[in-house]
Write a protein that binds this ligand. Structure first.
Ligand code: URP
Ligand code: ZN
Ligand code: ZN
Ligand code: ZN
Length: 483
């Protein structure tokens, strides 16, 4: 049965124009005037945009002695209700566990997804098995490899492991991702604050200052440059890391930065709240920063030095957060945001004039699809593209509340924020998952999206690196060795 999205204004990363969109067999069949279909979705007064892609989520992730509470069902339901039609999660082996094993675990969990999804492969340890299975992961359609420079004693990898892995990623035509924080310094600062009796959630922020993030970002950029591979830095939260990315990009290095909607709109004052639960619910790494850092991130999105807005959705309940009463290092790190990313970014970005509508589409969808090498199947309103579409009503308003959210946890870090701009319809491969605000998701509808290696940026960078590689000088007059 075909559907026609009628009477709306199409907004893409580069164009705004009035047209109808005909959807057939999960794809965009036609774009034009006065189209007819079996079912009509009235988009009068709305913007028709590519569905959001969140490149950074953690569903049912084993972490810090527990599992994040949103799974692929509740998590993707939350995504769709906020206009996001694809998520990229992290297949995360425990240290010593094989990559294929981890992929199998994520395959099992993700069968319940309501929208399309893909995986990044986490590199949490180094050895021959990891080296070999990185090729298998690539053949399975995973072209991105995530490295934690923090979480010492758990997920963290050292510089020699980073360099070895980045070189392997280069060979495979993939892209390394990093969580950039100096894990050694963080671990020491944590112990220092704890030993001084500073054991509340605010000490989480004290132990992870912007400087440790900036240093790690610079280090990862250098290591990627030496390996000749592009680099994607997740959850960029501060000017120090942004500055490193900005400088690298100006030097022709291929580096992308991903701020989160939380860091753009929430600040460090949350950690000074007198209510322990309030502060602990907002504990994530890196922590929220002050207004100057927020301005830096917004300016990076507007100027193009930062490329993508994600959530790092990793939702823990209040009970889970309370594992860390008396010791902030035991508070599970992570916050939610999947349902709120698009409305919050629209309200605080487009609504304030900090972003254009086209920039909104670019940073929530199109740029991500290009980096992940799935454009224009995803991230586009074009004939032949997957019908992952959000029909965005700029006049629709709500006040964010845990009481009405899809996420399975018992609070929302954006509680009380008023947003203007929400989905009227969300389509996932042609299926209407949000219909005039009503949730009509279908468990298991989501499919794994394979992402091929050797995207355009990989090819260009490899060509350049090859052209400029150090070369032995072929000499004519070589003297006899002077023994
Ligand atoms: O605090 C966070 N960000 N938790 C999720 C894991 C990670 O570091 O991305
Ligand atoms: Zn991280
Ligand atoms: Zn994360
Ligand atoms: Zn279906």
């Amino acid at each position: 049965m075909s559907k026609v999205i009628k009477g709306g204004t199409i907004v893409t990363a580069d164009l705004i124009y009035d047209a109808d969109v005909l959807v057939e067999n999960g794809r965009i069949a036609e774009i034009g005037k006065d189209l007819k279909g079996d079912e009509v979705l009235d988009a009068t007064g709305c913007y028709v945009m590519p569905g959001g892609i969140d490149p950074h989520t953690h569903m049912e992730m084993p972490f810090m002695g527990t599992y994040s509470t949103d799974d692929f069902e509740s998590g993707t339901r939350a995504a769709l209700s906020g206009g996001t039609t694809m998520v990229v999660d992290f297949a995360l082996p425990q240290p010593g566990q094989g990559l294929l094993d981890a992929i199998q675990m994520w395959d099992n969990k993700s069968t319940r997804a309501n929208c399309d999804y893909s995986f990044h492969m986490a590199i949490t340890w180094w050895g021959e098995q990891v080296f070999n299975e990185m090729k298998d992961a690539t053949e399975r359609g995973i072209n991105t490899f995530k490295h934690f420079m923090a979480y010492k004693g758990a997920l963290m990898v050292n510089d020699d492991e980073l360099f070895a892995s980045f070189q392997r990623v280069k060979e495979l035509g993939g892209i390394p991702l990093v969580h950039a924080e100096n894990g050694d310094v963080v671990a020491d600062l944590q112990q220092k604050y704890l030993s001084e009796g500073n054991n509340g959630p605010e000490a989480h922020a004290y132990s992870r200052p912007p400087e440790v993030e900036g240093e790690a970002a610079n280090r990862a950029i250098m290591i990627a440059d030496m390996a000749g591979v592009p680099l994607y830095i997740v959850h960029v939260s501060c000017e120090q890391a942004h500055e490193a990315i900005r400088r690298a990009r100006m030097q022709g290095k291929r580096v992308w930065g991903e701020p989160l909607i939380q860091h753009l709109t929430l600040d460090e004052s949350e950690y000074f709240d007198k209510d322990w639960d309030h502060a602990a619910r907002r504990v994530m790494s890196p922590p929220f920063r002050n207004k100057q850092h927020q301005d830096s991130l917004w300016n990076g999105l507007a100027s193009g030095s930062l490329s993508v807005v994600a959530t790092d959705h990793c939702a823990f309940t209040t009970d889970q957060k309370r594992y860390g009463v008396g010791d902030f290092t035991k508070i599970p790190n992570g916050t939610g945001g999947l349902e709120d990313r698009m409305p919050m970014l629209w309200t605080y970005g487009v609504g304030t004039g900090r972003l254009t509508m086209q920039e909104f589409v670019a940073v929530t969808s199109t740029n991500i699809a290009k980096i992940l090498n799935i454009y224009p199947r995803k991230g586009a309103i074009l004939e032949g593209a997957d019908a992952d579409i959000v029909v965005w009503d700029p006049a629709k308003e709500k006040t964010i509340s845990a009481k009405t959210q899809q996420s399975a946890i018992d609070y929302n870090v954006f509680e009380g924020k008023h947003v203007k701009g929400l989905p009227r319809f969300t389509l996932t491969r042609g299926k209407v998952a949000v219909h005039d605000g009503e949730i009509r998701t279908e468990e298991g509808h989501g499919e794994f999206v394979k992402r091929p290696p050797n995207g355009p940026v990989n090819k260009a960078l490899s060509t350049w690196k090859e052209l400029t590689a150090p070369r032995k000088v072929e000499r004519t007059g070589i003297p006899a060795s002077g023994v």
